[in-house]
Design a protein around this ligand. Structure first.
Ligand SMILES: [Zn+2]
Length: 58
């Protein structure tokens, strides 16, 4: 599931491709994006990334 970077809801649908990347559209606010920006990422995902980095998975 992809989280909408604008409203944070996970109500996104695939909306074709743009510049070779999967494009998504939020069903709630209509915002279109190709990938969730680092800013819009949930804290849990960031914590996991940090943990993996710490463990040497990079
Ligand atoms: Zn949205």
């Amino acid at each position: 599931m992809t989280e909408c970077p604008k409203c944070g809801l996970v109500k996104t649908v695939k909306n074709g491709c743009h510049l070779g990347r999967q494009r998504h559209r939020c069903k709630d606010c209509g915002f279109q994006f190709t990938r969730a920006t680092p800013k819009g990422r949930p804290a849990s995902e960031k914590a996991t990334a940090v943990l993996l980095y710490t463990l040497g998975f990079h």
